[in-house]
Ligand binder design. Structure first.
Ligand code: GLN
Length: 508
């Protein structure tokens, strides 16, 4: 696929019109989406209207830096007037009333919004199989998953249905699907990009990031979406550097190689492929390799799944069926309650002794209609994985377990962060695989949540530490599937990871 710079050149020269470009993406959606299931809605008419308006600016020489960019947006990012369902039944009919800050900034830069893309429900998952729209499928082999949770974003770009997409990354959800689909996925530093308008999963981890086909496109997109936003108090005031010029720097990069990230559980071919890429770059004098240690890595998954579920259980408490979201039928549930009450009362009249006491207790415990409404709306609205997370999160936050799990995990998070702080004293970036294997078969891990969670072993640490990370294609596995390599950088050092990824991109 051609990159944004070349697309823009063609547009500026008048070789192609934006309408032609949009039409070719729409054609590709027609051809492949029935199978790949990346787009959940493509706004054909809206896209053509936007194309017309942006084309006028191109012709007048007043178009913004992202004219030519045609985007898919993950169904968790608010776009005014569009459904934002988070692939969940509970938000099936929810329409955004405002634009997320990233959408506003991209619109101002003249990016074009083509439609909404598939994801795991509330971004919880590693395969884009937990979704009311049906699983997304890997464009390279449709018997395989796309990865997740931004699987729709990665598959849409890989299948050339758009030239970029927005995803969100809480524990790897931009980087891992990018690796599985053979595209570039960037998770910025926490606070680098505003979260305003991103539906919350785990607020101290959530980041919006770009999925693109090249590193340069990733830099261009990040340039526009990065920066402070008064609507997100966790967004940073740190000035936004020029990422494109960062790509052009040619100072040697010191690349830390953490032994812990290349150990047991990693596919042998992936290990070899990454080693080869690194040796080649070292021979070309582009990088210096330095062995490092991140000793707390073995706690990543446990720490992440305690803290992220705790935050999720609290964030998702807002879906109560009252203010918005799916509401169970009130009349039916009141009738059910009346029947339950009558059945208990009958038993109380007929029973004696201990049994009567048991029934009296049941009557006292019977839900009020409001409580039953909450319970039923949530039971009907949330899918299995989301319920599992809410239960896990509520458990680790409950009194009696809080200190043993939640508070302990917070302390371990600190240690993981310190590992990185220590490592970044000596190295510019840290390299690792993005995922332990190439894309797995659809359905292979759906009944085994622990196996699914273990897939995030290399990506969750960047979110725990709040640092940035990027996945870039490193080559093809013997199965023909793409393999990704990850570079992690210290806070606000996106320039360095982009540069490292660019080096790999040039030799693959
Ligand atoms: N796979 C991880 C999870 O299910 C990460 C998800 C994400 O980054 N949104 O929590």
């Amino acid at each position: 696929m051609i990159d944004l710079r070349e697309t823009r050149n063609q547009l500026d020269r008048g070789d192609r019109s934006l309408t032609d470009i949009v039409n070719s993406f729409l054609k590709q959606i027609d051809l492949r989406n029935a199978e790949v299931n990346a787009f959940i809605s493509a706004d054909k008419q809206g896209a053509r209207e936007q194309a017309g308006a942006i084309q006028k600016k191109i012709d007048a020489g007043t178009a913004g830096p992202l004219a030519g960019l045609v985007l898919g947006v993950k169904d968790i990012i608010s776009e005014k007037g569009k459904k934002t369902c988070c692939a969940s039944n509970i938000l099936r009919n929810f329409e955004s009333v405002y634009d997320a800050t990233v959408i506003k900034k991209l619109r101002e830069a003249d990016a074009l919004f083509l439609g909404r893309v598939n994801m795991d429900e509330f971004a919880m998952g590693s395969s884009t199989e937990n979704t009311i729209y049906g699983p997304a499928k890997n464009p390279h082999d449709t018997s395989r998953v796309t990865g997740g949770s931004s699987g729709g974003s990665a598959a849409a770009v890989a299948a050339e249905m758009c030239n970029a997409a927005l995803g969100s990354d809480t524990g790897g959800s931009v980087r891992q699907p990018a690796a599985y689909c053979g595209v570039v996925g960037l998770k910025p530093t926490y606070g680098r990009v505003s979260r305003y308008g991103l539906v919350a999963f785990a607020s101290s981890f959530d980041c919006i990031g770009p999925v693109t086909s090249t590193v340069e496109d990733s830099a261009m997109l990040l340039q526009v979406i990065a920066g402070f936003d008064e609507n997100d108090q966790t967004s940073s005031q740190e000035p936004v550097p020029d990422y494109l010029s960062a790509l052009k720097e040619d100072e040697k990069l010191t690349v830390g190689v953490p032994e812990e990230y290349f150990g047991e559980g990693l596919d042998e071919e992936i290990r070899e492929m990454i080693r080869e890429r690194l040796s080649q770059l070292e021979e070309e004098n582009k990088i210096v390799l330095k062995p490092i240690h991140l000793p707390h890595m073995k706690y990543n998954i446990a720490t992440y799944y305690i803290l992220a579920t705790a935050e999720a259980s609290s964030n998702l408490a807002r879906y109560d069926g009252i203010r918005y979201g799916h509401r169970s039928d009130f009349k039916t549930l009141k009738e059910e309650l009346t029947q339950e009450r009558q059945a208990i009362e009958k038993k109380i009249r007929e029973a004696g002794g201990e049994e009567k006491n048991v029934e009296m207790e049941k009557l006292a415990q019977l839900d009020t209609p409001l409580i039953r409404l909450y319970k039923k709306s949530r039971t009907e609205g949330f899918g299995r994985e989301v319920k599992r997370r809410i239960i896990l999160g509520t458990y680790v936050l409950s009194s009696g377990y809080y200190d043993a799990y939640y508070a302990k995990a917070q302390k371990v998070r600190r240690l993981i962060k310190q590992d990185f702080e220590q490592a970044f004293k000596d190295v510019d970036v840290i390299v690792s695989p993005t995922a332990p294997s190439p894309a797995f078969e659809l359905g292979a891990k759906t009944d085994d949540p622990v196996q699914m969670y273990l897939n995030d072993i290399y990506t969750t640490s960047a979110n725990l530490a709040g640092i940035c990370g990027i996945s870039v294609p490193a080559g093809r596995h013997s199965s023909g599937l793409p393999v990704g390599v990850q570079f992690m950088g210290n806070v606000f050092e996106e320039g360095k990871i982009l540069r490292a990824a660019h080096l790999v991109e040039k030799i693959v």
